[in-house]
Design a protein around this ligand. Sequence first.
Ligand SMILES: [Ca+2]
Ligand SMILES: [Ca+2]
Ligand SMILES: [Ca+2]
Ligand SMILES: [Ca+2]
Length: 253
Amino acid sequence: MTLYNLGTLGSTPVVKNNFDLNASEPTDVFQFKITSGKNINLSLTDISAGDDADIQLFKDANLNGVLDDFDRKVGLVSNQASNHDDAINFKTSSGTFFAEVSRFAPGSSGNVSYDLALSATEPSGTVPLSASFSNLLPREFIVGNLSHDVTRTGSIDNRNTTDVYSFTLGTFEGVNIKLNGLSSDADIRLIRDFNNNRIVDAGEEIAHSTNGGINSELISNFTTAGNYFLQVTEFNGATNYNLTFDQFTTPFA
Ligand SMILES: [Ca+2]
Ligand SMILES: [Ca+2]
Ligand SMILES: [Ca+2]
Ligand SMILES: [Ca+2]
């Protein structure tokens, strides 16, 4: 195990690219603290082809500054199969935390490389809403090319404050994006990662819909071809949701 101490984590993402794991060094642990309530965002991407890495988040529950068996009794895990991206978005109070990236041995041969990004944005439920959206872009749910209507169902809560969908809009195609079926307030935003760094940089939010209460959200009549991310984010409380990509064709490219 290799331990990296990142100090205090803030909203500016900390990026650890091209890190490696192998059979003799199967885990990396990134220690950090947050000094007030935040949404902790973790994004594990670019896992080497043919391999599998997973991520877990633990709090230093016994306040001894060390990741131990006591802390490991409670934690969050993202263990998508193969080299699918992993994501954790956790609303929590202040403390010291450990993000552990581990090589899943049965799914990996030799070296496993990965990119990890970490950030601590404002906690869900605070305003402005823009401060609590995750600024990380794991491909949690891959919709692919929108050649027809697509509806996905999901749920968000304090232990999963964000879901991220990736999709592609081709030429002569448009989309209306709708979020409904809510029992608590949730919001959406559309992002184009122009520089492909899997971080939401200035100018990369294309549109958002942030109505109050359980009102549905809508980003309508979007017709610019390209690759996009759609974030569904908790405002307050747990809710299921329906996310619909209503695809249509346009007479222009
Ligand atoms: Ca501990
Ligand atoms: Ca999620
Ligand atoms: Ca970017
Ligand atoms: Ca809303």
